[in-house]
Ligand binder design. Sequence first.
Ligand SMILES: [Zn+2]
Length: 150
Amino acid sequence: MFRRRARADREFREAQREAFALLQMHAHELLPFDSVRADASTPTGSASETIGPDFPPADLRAPSRQDVEGMMMRWMHPLVIDDAVRACATCGVYRDWIVFCMRDDSVWLRCRAGHQVYEPRLDAAWYNRNSGPVDHWHPTLEDGLRHLGH
Ligand SMILES: [Zn+2]
């Protein structure tokens, strides 16, 4: 009994350590999974002042869905919906999308050229299945796009 618990604890600690190492590593990289802060009235640069002295640090907290305007991720591969590759209706590109999941659970696609369109065949459930954990907050949409390489 004790041994089993000790092993579980050790595994938990190791997983924690790995997750933390991963976080630190990714702090210096561009990551595909991001969120955009909801409060558009917050001037850029002062976001940290509004967060307060809570622990854990804001960087380590998972934002709740109510706190953000939407989630966003970069989708480098061709995006297949209903067995067809989704191409931008305006410019025809079919890879390197930014996929948004908005607070109302709608999913929007934005191509590299900035054409943005609502995609009714995708929803929040699809987004959650296909996105990783949120690890960045962005005060503005532009900041998020820049961070994702668009
Ligand atoms: Zn386009």
